[in-house]
Design a protein around this ligand. Structure first.
Ligand SMILES: *Cc1c(COP(=O)(O)O)cnc(C)c1O
Length: 409
């Protein structure tokens, strides 16, 4: 039997415990939705205010040079790079994940002109599927081949000489199941194709090793585990070996080699600069800049150890509640979330939110709980599991006010 005292002992021994003070969380809330929108770092408000009042208010247009605004997409990319196993100059911060997916998918199709198939997972986050569909319509003869990850070997069966690129989410957004990045990348390369990793559910959740795995391209967002704030800009990674030959079709002036030369013809910037498009939303960059300062002090191995301990604890504490666990039990195959299938999952999650335990729901029947190791404690996990048991045993979720759905679930 695990007791709350055991959890308190784990908190006392937690090497990441001090990071909780870096975040503002409302009293009485246990936040298990940092995989949708990360919590607010304390230093973010001050940094955004500084940009608004001083850099914008007083510096005005001069701040593009004086406050370093122009360098932020590349500069924040370099700060983010170590979190995903990339080197300097391999990551830029810009646009949204959806837009960046469009750019890298087009880039990979151009790098493999004799091949016209995009392989992906039918369970991918919908925007990934929609963008592959949209791109398909722009390249003659382009086809999409969706392969359930299912049993090992399924992906291999889908790879042949016509496959240009494989696009996969490192962690499945519903189940939290992890792909083996090194093995899949090696497999895809053996068939002459390129691989794009969507890191939305792993950047800031566990150490990602893009470089060591030989990955070609990656995209990801910064408003989930990275705590960049609502709608904060996304990132793009291209392995250095591709940077000389890669091109992408959204050829805006920020991706030009010399934007202020105002030349009438496009010439791509060297390196990752060519993935930039237009003027960056700088207030969002300021918020991300603040959260990346927090990340600079994080030991990613300790993060992974704590993440697995928190998810393991939640899985053990919820055993016997009659819930169907859809997240892999095997630690190596699990991201930083725990999901269950429940026919009335939406109402159960709403009943929990009513008690300050914030998780979320993904259609058709998935209750999803994300565990952000920087601001959650073992006692939080204990309390959340206790509340879940209570909601299920008491049937309080049957209250009809918990059935009404908002626009965002
Ligand atoms: C959250 C998420 C996105 C979000 O894309 P946006 O363009 O930021 O809205 C994309 N892909 C995956 C796998 C996600 O989890």
């Amino acid at each position: 039997m695990i007791t709350r005292t055991d959890c308190a002992a784990c908190d006392a021994a937690d090497p990441l415990a001090a990071f909780r003070a870096e975040f503002t969380l409302p009293e009485g809330v246990i936040y298990l939705d940092g995989n949708s929108l990360g919590a607010l770092p304390r230093r973010t408000s001050a940094r955004v205010r500084e940009m608004v009042e001083n850099e914008w208010g007083k510096g005005l247009i001069r701040s593009w040079n004086d406050a370093g605004w122009y360098d932020l997409p590349r500069g924040l990319g370099d700060r983010l790079a170590p979190l995903v196993g990339a080197g300097p100059g391999e990551v830029v911060v810009c646009d949204s994940t959806s837009v960046n997916l469009f750019k890298v998918l087009a880039a990979t199709l151009r790098l493999r002109p004799g091949r016209r198939i995009i392989v992906s997972d039918p369970g991918s986050f919908p925007t990934d599927l929609y963008v592959t569909e949209g791109i398909g319509g722009l390249f003659d003869g382009c086809e999409r081949r969706l392969v359930d990850p299912g049993p090992d070997g399924a992906l291999e069966g889908a790879l042949d000489g016509r496959v240009a690129v494989v696009l996969l989410s490192h962690a499945d957004y519903r189940t939290g199941r992890l792909y083996d990045m090194a093995a899949v990348t090696e497999l895809v390369h053996r068939h002459g194709a390129l691989v794009i990793w969507d890191l939305c559910h792993t950047a800031g959740a566990l150490p990602v090793e893009l470089g060591d795995c030989g990955a070609d391209f990656a995209v990801g967002c910064t408003y989930k585990y990275l705590n960049g704030g609502p709608g904060s800009p996304a990132f793009v990674y291209a392995a250095e070996r591709h940077q000389g030959s890669v091109s992408q079709p959204l050829t805006g002036w920020f991706g030009h080699a010399d934007p202020f030369g105002f030349d009438g013809e496009y010439a791509p910037a060297p390196g990752m600069g060519r993935f930039l498009v237009g003027t960056p939303p700088l207030l969002s960059f300021a918020a991300l800049q603040a959260s990346l300062e927090v990340w600079a002090g994080v030991d990613l191995r300790a993060l992974r150890v704590k993440s697995l301990a928190l998810t393991e604890l939640f899985i053990r504490l919820t055993e016997g509640m009659g819930l169907e666990l859809v997240t892999p039990r095997e630690p190596g195959r699990r991201g930083s979330q725990v999901s269950f299938r429940h026919p009335y999952g939406y109402a159960v999650v709403q009943a929990l939110i009513d008690r300050g335990i914030i998780g979320d729901f993904r259609t058709p029947d998935i209750m999803r709980f994300g565990f952000a190791p920087l601001y959650l404690t073992y006692c939080d996990v204990w309390d959340a599991a206790g509340a879940l048991a209570d909601v299920l045993n008491s049937g309080s979720w049957r209250d009809e006010r918990f059935a009404a759905r908002g626009a965002v679930t």
